[in-house]
Ligand binder design. Sequence first.
Ligand code: KIV
Ligand code: NA
Length: 279
Amino acid sequence: QKPVTIQTLRKMYGEKSPITMLTAHNFPSALMAQEAGMDVILVGDSLAMVSLGMSDTSEVTLDEMIVSARAVSRAVTRSFTVGDLPMGSYEINPEQALASAIRMVKEGRMQSVKLEGGAEMAPAIRKITTAGIPVCAHIGLTPQRQHALGGFRVQGNTLDKAMSLLADAKAVQEAGAFAVVLECVPPDIAEEVTGALKIPTIGIGAGNKTSGQVLVQDDMLGVRPADSFLPKFVKKYGSIWDAGLAAIKQYKDEVADRSYPGPQHVYKGDAKVTAAFKA
Ligand code: KIV
Ligand code: NA
């Protein structure tokens, strides 16, 4: 299959063919996402919480994101790749944003970057895109700003907030973003914003009328304990935790009763050597 490029995504958008996007944080998860046919693989800063056990995304550094991105890049030959710029790596000024984006491309080996924010990030988006690095914007619920937003909650649910969401969407489009993630927005608002733009919207918790969807792979695969909190918008398509736990328990039991390793798991010795060794 041909690699997915910015042109492929534009074509899909033009044909109203939903764009599929999923996170990956390491080599095997990237291989799996690609094998399943994901158009876009995102190295999200959700890395902080789902893979590194941090309490929120503000803790993860650009260096840590780059380690994860480089691992993902080694697996990906077909999907289009996006690397998240973590909190603190792009907000100070457009020069800082470009420097971080360049690192994400040169060291992280990503094809594009994503950053959170609307109209106020337009200068940074323009700076990065004019340097030749595609930018995906991210508006609505922006987890890096959770303390300013008052937690993880639906966005754009008042007229004022819906109007500013639309203004943000237009501003990031105008600044050159190739796509925009809409997170935790009522579906009708997401549909209106999608209709008002000329670039794809990638929804998460934004209903099924956006140009595409994104989920965190660890969430939809059930990688964490079965009773872990998941946002309302996540559909759990798998239970990796249950499968892994059962397998590890079986390993423990089989070591305990010596049924593992079995005859098929050992190397054949030389009978003469064994006899001499024993003697
Ligand atoms: O960090 C992430 O995984 C993301 C997606 C949820 C869009 O930004
Ligand atoms: Na993110």
